[in-house]
Design a protein around this ligand. Structure first.
Ligand code: FAD
Length: 504
């Protein structure tokens, strides 16, 4: 790094897709950008399933910031046409299967233990499961092509803010150098860089959800629909092939994601209730084995599982919930996934991160001298991100409360789909959107809080009657009625939602 070249408008730490895309958009706005990555691409990353909202934002960023190639990644069809070498999978929607301890999966003609919600009308138009190592590495090649300074295997060890400029100490190959910047963006994810640089703590208190994950990537896992076929479980009225979706297995202790990629690789992981004492201190492999021992079909799926080269081991996280005390400060801001995280249920992560890119790029491009009203707008950004995290937390917590009672889980999870519809419809009509999932909307708040209270009361009961379940389901159906353009909870749909949620 020469003395002349190490002065930037903005330094971004973390070259995940959020850091790299932010760098590309801000570069198009005319800022001089430096992107710093601690690791080296291609590297393993978890968090792979996109949603229609994520795809809408990708298209919007593509046109607004002159990144035409980005558009191709917003649908499976165009992705395959333009970049078949970048591995992804088809994601037609969200699929859920309830498993009971000690029992093989079973269901009936009314699909009592299944829930399939289509998000797109065809494979061509569908969302995708991103093999993040490929996608993130590709984005970094675009960063370099755009002439943005990119330093990998480089770590920021400390930072000093003087006269409205950052002086950042960075270490590469044991050599220390100094980078100067007017502004700093923390896109380092859950790595707590904000604590090191700004003494801003990340806390897990005040979340309703308490979960941890145990996960990896595997090669050649059997297809779930083949297993259903072996069991003579009919899939004729499914809206799509369930293996081409974000496939979830719902357990009593938590849930499993099973996300398939085109190269026969599958992201498979458990997200489990951290309040369960028996699981709290168990090492990854013991958690894995105990779940396989308890759920026969999960054991069947995993019995010959071969770990993929990356990451090559089973990983156990700590508690997933975390939130920074503040999202910004003098001369810096953190991207949403760096600010906080709840749980991977409903795959909010990619869309939530992209919504943050939209906001931060807009705020910074409107405040090129990094003076007021920048900080007022960053304060508003903080309010928005915290409010969104609160709503996501409640939606996820309600799911953990109801995982033992699938009909309740099914009815409760319709709140997520309803709020998604509300947000998508606004974007489709080009109406202004501020809060992801309309998190600040008074009706969204009312519906979520009222229904969550009912969930708490119901799940505190010793036993649940069919009447309890029917009353709850009817109440949810009534509450979501004004926004429910997808026929959610219509008895005639039998838990199979063929209608696309978003007309894209
Ligand atoms: C178990 C789990 C499952 C998930 N599943 C889904 C899902 O299905 N769908 C979904 O939408 N989201 C999911 N998510 C969320 C998803 O992972 C995040 O939304 C996504 O990773 C955010 O991307 P990012 O670029 O902000 O951060 P990251 O992908 O975390 O990237 C951060 C980058 O910063 C680098 N870095 C770290 N520290 C430093 C430093 N000091 N200096 C420089 N660089 C640094 C890291 O090496 C990394 O490359 C999941 C998350 C978890 C934990």
């Amino acid at each position: 790094m020469s003395q002349q070249s190490n002065h930037y408008d903005i330094v971004i730490a973390g070259a995940g897709f959020a850091g790299a895309l932010t760098a590309l958009c801000l570069n198009e706005c005319g800022f001089k950008i430096c992107l710093i990555e601690k690791g080296k691409h291609p590297r393993f990353a978890i968090g792979e399933s996109s949603t229609p909202i994520a795809d809408m934002i990708l298209r919007s960023l593509s046109s607004k910031y002159n990144l035409p190639w980005l558009y191709d990644f917003s649908r499976y069809g165009s992705w395959q046409k333009k970049h078949p070498e970048i591995v992804c999978g088809i994601k037609r929607g969200f699929s859920y299967y309830k498993h009971y301890p000690g029992k093989s999966f079973s269901t009936n003609d009314n699909h009592i233990n299944e829930l399939l919600v289509a998000a797109s009308v065809s494979d061509e138009m569908s969302d995708t499961n991103w093999l993040r190592s490929d996608v993130d590495a590709f984005l970094v090649t675009k960063v370099k092509e755009a002439g943005i300074d990119y330093f990998d295997e480089t770590e920021i060890t400390s930072g000093l803010r003087e006269n409205k400029k950052w002086k950042l100490n960075v270490v590469h190959n044991n050599n220390t150098s100094i980078i100067h910047a007017s502004f700093f963006i923390d896109a380092s994810g859950g790595e707590m860089l904000a604590d090191k640089l700004f003494s801003v703590k990340s806390l897990s208190e005040n979340f309703l959800t308490n979960s941890f994950a145990v996960f990896s990537h595997f090669d050649n896992l059997p297809r779930w629909t083949d297993i259903l076929c072996q069991k003579n479980i009919a899939t004729g009225d499914y809206p799509y092939d369930a293996d081409n979706s974000a496939l979830h297995h719902v357990l009593d202790e938590g849930w499993i994601w099973q996300l398939r990629f085109n190269n026969n690789r599958t992201s498979f992981g458990f997200s489990l209730n951290g309040n369960r004492i028996s699981l709290q201190k168990m090492p990854a492999i013991e958690v894995w084995n105990s779940m396989c021992a308890k759920y026969p079909d999960i054991n069947y799926i995993l019995k010959d599982a071969k770990l993929s080269i990356q990451p090559g081991s089973i990983i156990r996280s700590g508690r997933l919930q975390r939130k920074l005390e503040t999202c910004f400060g003098d001369g810096w801001v953190a991207m949403p996934h760096t600010v906080g995280f709840v749980d991977a249920l409903f795959s909010t992560g990619i869309a939530y991160s992209l919504a943050g890119i939209e906001r931060i790029v807009e705020i910074l491009s409107g405040n090129r001298n990094f003076q007021q009203p920048l900080y007022e707008q960053l304060k508003e950004y903080e309010n928005i991100v915290f409010e969104e995290l609160k709503l996501i937390d409640m939606l996820v917590a309600g799911c953990y409360k109801t995982m033992q009672y699938f009909p309740l889980f099914n009815a409760w999870s319709m709140l997520y789909f309803t709020f998604t519809i509300m947000y998508e419809q606004k974007r489709l009509k080009n109406l202004p959107v501020k809060y992801f999932l309309e998190a600040n909307d008074s009706e969204v708040q009312r519906i979520a809080h009222t229904t969550y209270k009912e969930i708490l009361a119901l799940t505190a009961q010793q036993t649940l009657s069919q009447k309890n379940i029917d009353v709850f389901t009817n109440a949810v159906r009534e509450r979501i009625k004004p926004y429910n353009i997808a026929g959610l909870l219509e008895p005639s749909s039998k838990n199979m939602y063929h209608h696309t949620i978003a007309e894209l």
